[in-house]
Design a protein around this ligand. Structure first.
Ligand code: 0L1
Ligand code: MG
Length: 262
């Protein structure tokens, strides 16, 4: 680690305030070019601790930047991991207030819910499928706190991987009922398909994103507990949204889930 505790706390407070006040900021590596990934996850962990201290619960985890489309869109090469706080959760068909966000975009994802804990190192697709209770369609609303979504991997990890809101719904299915590589995904904006893809866009198999998360947490002495909801990452590039937009995600064999931007 290259940053001291006081700097980690200062940056966590700054980034969390940007989230809560819907204010953008320059990427933090501009001022702290020497920060490393340990520092970045320590800042994210501090943001999480601040939310818990204010009485919020952590209701899920996420993998991000897991598809080639997304990596290309953002000019990066590795996945990142974050968490979802209770107030990020939007009810099925519910509203997201754009005024509470900076420049939201939506991503079509496959959500996993675990029935057993997963711990790295060495976690693999087989272990993930054996530990998965069910799968559901999930829409992630991302909202980078960085101006114009201009960031690098360390800055984005510190910013809790742009996590902002999410909805899950549709029909829960067991992993044995679906081929997660070929499962088709259609994202609709105001009734028109705007992004489509298949599960394999996510690291070749969406369960690989969950294994990568378990391995990342394992390196930091943590695990994915049983009963955890995890968003496995956008199948396509992210789609910008504005007030009035209605977004629906359809996943083959899993029904649909939706939300509205007001
Ligand atoms: O969930 C994601 O793939 C987003 C990761 C962070 C990068 C971004 O804001 O696009
Ligand atoms: Mg995502």
């Amino acid at each position: 680690m290259n940053l001291d505790r006081a700097t980690i706390e200062k940056l966590a407070e700054h980034l969390e305030n940007c989230e809560l006040e819907a204010q953008d900021t320059l990427k933090i590596t501009e001022e702290y070019p020497d920060m490393d990934f340990e520092d970045a996850y320590a800042i994210q962990d501090e943001i999480r601790a601040r939310k818990i201290a204010r009485g919020h619960a952590i209701v899920g985890l996420k993998a991000g930047l897991t598809s080639h489309a997304k990596m290309k869109q953002m000019g990066v090469t590795e996945p990142v991991f974050g968490f979802m706080a209770d107030y990020y959760s939007v009810p099925e068909g519910g509203e997201v207030k754009v005024s509470e966000l900076i420049h939201p975009k939506v991503e079509p994802e496959i959500a996993f819910v675990t029935k057993r804990a997963l711990k790295g190192p060495g976690c693999h697709i087989g272990a993930v499928l054996a530990a998965t209770d069910f799968l559901m369609p999930g829409i992630e609303v991302i909202d980078s706190r960085y101006r114009d979504f201009k960031f690098d991997l360390k800055s984005v990890v510190a910013d809790n991987t742009s996590a902002a809101r999410f909805v899950v719904g549709g029909k829960p299915v067991s992993p044995a009922e679906v081929d997660l590589r070929t499962v088709g995904v259609v994202l609709e904006k105001n009734g028109e398909p705007v992004a489509l893809g298949a599960g394999a866009a996510v690291l070749g198999h969406p369960a690989a994103a969950i294994a990568a998360l378990a391995n990342n947490l394992g390196r930091r002495g943590m695990e994915i507990p049983a009963g955890t909801l995890i968003l496995s990452g956008g199948v396509t590039e992210a789609v910008a949204v504005a007030p009035g937009d209605h977004i629906t995600l359809r996943v083959q064999g899993m029904g649909s889930t939706s939300l509205r931007f007001v």
